[in-house]
Design a protein around this ligand. Structure first.
Ligand code: BG6
Length: 485
């Protein structure tokens, strides 16, 4: 029986992710009384400092990152009282043994390790924990993307971590799965009888998954330039959205059922080959432009060197199974696009026959599941425009809107990591990614890179503040579709 963790060991506790997201998330849980009563948190970093100094650092991070109206000094203090710090360099065996001793001293029950470090440290950390006898039952490990750079490197990381921890105790994070809007997609599909009968090729003409960002690479150039939009976003976030959208209904909302269904989708993804690279994929890289009226530099200027890394990807993908046969899934993501927006757009088939005659235009129904910046679900329907219409009915599209921002305005918007931490602390892996999912996703992505190499595909430029290279607009248009903008 999995017990809630009584110790959270955060590796990389002074890093960027920890400061921006993890400490504020832990505070959010503390504030709402959701952290187990006796939970202690041990931060690992490289620099020597006392527990007291580290607590000050955490307090500063909370001051910067948590809105003043959400900051309750008593709750901040309660969180800080849980916090400890231990300096250890991961490649130093003696220091890692000393850290292990500290873990043993603080441990009173189950332990959750969270590795917010460079992925090259995952296997060494797991192995050090294993040598100290700290990776057996009653422990679990949460690791961040990127799990590798391609299939072989992801296998290497998975095997390294897997030698120390059993698969069901490895929690691979994709922070998109912690987003309310993403879970709401499951609620929409499986909490309503209305949509599921329509969720297939008989009724759906095309699906678009867009994750658009206005930001550039923001000081992460060294990481990003080795990654690019495909590895940074498509391999994980976009494919996870695709899986949740397209999977068969799992029997239960529990780890194995959900993950089994997701892997079936990944296995059914049609490979993109060199011969269809040009018609099924577009890579882009932004040049200088303007976003919201503000001039921004191009990718290479931001990076300070030449580069062939893609900051934009658009794909036409297919899921070759009965449910989705023939339905194109357009995936698109990029940096420095005109606005921040993550959404899934579903276009249904047109009515088979119009009873209103050729002069009455009937648009296909559409469902938009917007995840960011605000959560909203909108269903467009055709409706009669008021009037006597002596020349035939005039129809226009109206939207049935569910605006979660307004409806649930009284509820605090949570950071995705709050949900993920709570689940990992409690030992629920449903919203985490299993090894085979990561590897199947890499296999598909590696295939696209191979196709690009063979076809000589390189990123086409697009000015910052536009929706990617012109080729991306053409991608769906060849098939009579266009991007929703
Ligand atoms: C991260 C990527 O995984 O997701 C970043 O590494 C990206 O490049 C970020 O900006 C987007 O996340 P969100 O939650 O802001 O949509």
């Amino acid at each position: 029986m999995t017990q809630p963790a009584t110790l959270l060991v955060l590796f990389g506790a002074t890093g960027d992710l920890a400061t921006r997201m993890l400490w504020p998330s832990l505070y959010g849980l503390e504030k709402d009384g959701l952290l187990p009563a006796g939970l202690r948190i041990l931060g690992q970093g490289r620099g020597e400092q006392s527990d007291a100094d580290f607590r000050r650092l955490v307090a500063e991070a909370l001051e910067r990152r948590v809105p003043a109206e959400d900051r309750d000094p008593a709750r901040v203090q309660a969180l800080l009282e849980r916090v400890h710090y231990h300096a250890a360099r991961i490649d130093d065996t003696a220091e890692m043994s000393a850290l292990a001793e500290r873990i043993c001293a603080l441990r009173t029950g189950d332990v959750l390790y969270h590795l917010s470090t460079a992925p090259r440290f995952y296997a060494p950390i797991a192995s050090a924990l294993s040598s100290a006898g700290l990776s057996g039952p009653g422990t679990r490990i949460m690791i961040e993307k990127p799990i590798g750079h391609d299939l072989p490197s992801s296998v290497e990381i998975n095997e390294g971590v897997g030698r120390a921890f059993a698969e069901e105790r490895i929690y691979r994070t994709d922070h998109y799965l912690g987003k309310e809007g993403v879970q709401n997609l499951l609620a929409l599909r499986f909490g309503n009888a209305l949509f599921e009968p329509l969720w297939n090729a008989r009724h759906i003409a095309q699906v678009q998954i867009t994750v658009a960002e206005t930001v550039g690479v923001e000081g992460r150039g060294d990481y990003y330039d080795h990654s690019g939009a495909m590895r940074d976003m498509v391999q994980n976030h976009l494919l996870q959205l695709l899986c949740l959208f397209a999977m068969e209904p799992p029997a239960q909302f529990e780890p194995s059922s959900v993950r089994n269904e997701k892997t079936k989708v990944l296995r059914s993804l049609r490979p993109i080959t060199a011969s269809d690279a040009a018609t099924h994929s577009v890579a882009g890289q932004y040049t200088a432009g303007a976003i919201g009226g503000v001039a921004v530099p191009g990718y290479r200027e931001e990076l300070g060197r030449d580069s062939q890394t893609e900051t934009f990807v658009a794909l036409r993908s297919h899921i070759d199974n009965w449910r989705w046969s023939g339905v194109p899934f357009y995936l698109r993501t990029g940096k420095r696009l005109p606005r921040r927006s993550s959404e899934i757009y579903v276009q249904f088939h047109k009515v088979p026959h119009s009873i209103f005659g050729a002069q009455t235009k009937i648009e296909p129904n559409a469902l938009v599941i917007q995840l960011q910046p605000e959560e909203r679900i909108s269903l467009t329907l055709m409706s009669k425009m008021p009037g006597l219409d002596r020349q035939g009915l005039k129809l226009s599209e109206i939207a049935l809107d569910m605006d979660f921002h307004d409806t649930f305005a009284h509820l605090r918007k949570r950071i995705a990591y709050e949900r993920l931490y709570l689940d990992a602390i409690e030992g629920n892996g449903t919203l985490f990614v299993r090894r085979d999912e990561t590897e199947l996703a890499w296999q598909w992505i590696d295939g696209i890179f191979a196709a690009w190499r063979e076809a000589g595909t390189t990123p086409k430029s697009y000015p910052a503040g536009t929706w990617g290279p012109t080729a991306s607009i053409v991608l769906p248009e060849r098939h009579g579709h266009s991007w929703r903008e």
